[in-house]
Design a protein around this ligand. Structure first.
Ligand SMILES: CCCCC/C=C/CC(=O)SCCNC(=O)CCNC(=O)[C@H](O)C(C)(C)COP(=O)(O)OP(=O)(O)OC[C@H]1O[C@@H](n2cnc3c(N)ncnc32)[C@H](O)[C@@H]1OP(=O)(O)O
Length: 360
């Protein structure tokens, strides 16, 4: 059935009013079909490897080969209509703002209630991947939590993931001439981010509600108690990303887990279940997912009723011996990562991640 030009234009209009983000993969498909329908087979020069986004779009268009413009128009209209029919029937009521919620954050939700400041990663559609804005918001939230009248602070994730770590888009859209500056700026931001964990003056509790990847795992060594759901997993895929450990994990994880286990985790990308992470000392306790939130929050509320100053000075005693060492380790790790982010090993790994995403 041929799609008229009018229906094709109607589909384009409908696309503009979609409420739910269809995701990168679908957006690439739509881009490719639109180009094929309006310009025919891919006739653009192939972008450079470094220009990940342009390359992914070129690959998507080029992979349609000689699909006719009429067929491309039809597939485009069919894809849009499937997205429209998948839209939620009624826009969910905006959740009433949570009691004690702090304004001024976009990528995290910060609330202070019952002497607890909770910092919740809030990019569930992206598995709580941490983009530059989110690094800066977490830094600010922890700095403010360190000075507010809460007794303890909690970090957790919204949705099915705790966090999938560094947002790999942080490395994209960078001109070759800007790569060195990207690495330098990234190292400065990372050093500040880890530094705020090193310096956090109150008990910091990680409530690991789901899988955790990369930097949210490595800074667990700087948290004081780690409670995990039994559906959580812990993964630091540094060598497969051509990168290296951060979050002071290169120093703390061998101390916590022993060298043999830390090496398997930090060098050889071994993914740990919550039970394994607990057995190796990285996690304090694991709870059945069905009762995780209820059990953990009952404990946290009890902790938050303890004498605030006693907790703060005791944490200081526990952490002060290593503080200078942790600053030095953080600096060294950031220096090494500056070089890693410019390496072919890292660049190729990031390109592979996005090319796998772009496969039509
Ligand atoms: C200032 C710089 C500091 C740098 C500090 C260094 C830190 C080191 C690290 O953190 S290394 C770890 C980096 N993280 C990753 O490598 C994980 C990458 N993501 C994945 O492997 C997968 O997404 C997954 C296994 C986490 C989840 O897979 P699943 O198939 O269940 O879900 P999707 O892949 O479809 O994910 C849903 C959408 O979210 C996007 N996404 C998820 N994680 C990331 C990420 N880390 N970076 C960017 N985007 C991510 C994914 O692309 C999907 O988006 P889409 O719906 O638009 O396609």
């Amino acid at each position: 059935m041929q799609v008229s030009q009018k229906d094709f234009e109607k589909a384009q209009e409908q696309l503009k009013h979609l409420k739910k983000d269809p995701g990168n993969e679908t957006k690439l498909k739509l881009y490719a079909l639109f180009k094929q329908a309006t310009e025919g087979p891919c006739n653009a020069p192939k972008p450079g490897m470094m220009d990940f986004v342009k390359k992914a779009k070129w690959d998507a268009w080029n992979s349609l080969g000689n699909l006719s413009q009429d067929d491309a128009r039809q597939k485009y209209a069919e894809l849009v209509s499937s997205l429209v029919s998948a839209e939620p029937a009624v826009q969910k009521e905006e959740a009433s703002p949570e009691e004690g919620r702090h304004d001024g954050y976009e990528t995290i939700i910060v609330t202070t209630k019952n002497n607890i400041t909770k910092i919740m990663f809030n990019r569930p559609d992206k598995k709580n991947a941490i983009n530059h804005k989110m690094y800066r918001e977490i830094i600010r939230a922890l700095q403010e939590a360190g000075k507010d009248d809460s007794t303890i602070a909690v970090i957790t994730g919204n949705g099915d993931y705790y966090s999938s770590g560094n947002d790999l888009n942080n490395f994209t859209n960078v001109q070759p001439s800007e790569m060195k500056k990207m690495a330098e700026d990234g190292a400065v931001l990372l050093k500040e981010f880890v530094g705020v964990f090193i310096d956090f003056p109150k008990p910091l509790i990680a409530v690991v509600n789901g899988p955790a990847v990369g930097i949210p795992v490595t800074v667990l060594g700087l948290c004081d108690v780690i409670y995990a759901s039994d559906r959580a997993t812990f993964h630091t895929p540094f060598s497969q990303l051509g990168q290296s450990p951060e979050g002071c994990s290169s120093y703390l994880f061998p101390k916590i887990m022993g060298f043999a286990k830390a090496n398997e985790f930090l060098l050889f990308n071994k993914k740990l279940t919550a039970a394994e992470a607990c057995a190796q000392g990285l996690v304090t306790e694991v709870f059945p997912d069905s009762t995780f939130q209820k059990e953990v929050w009952a404990r946290l509320e009890a902790y938050a009723n303890l004498p605030k100053n006693s907790l703060a000075v005791s944490k200081q005693l526990l952490r002060s011996v290593e503080k200078e060492k942790l600053y030095a380790v953080n600096s060294e790790e950031c220096e090494v990562l500056k070089e890693r982010w410019l390496s072919d090993e890292c660049i190729n790994a990031i390109v592979n991640f996005f090319q796998k995403k772009a496969k039509l």
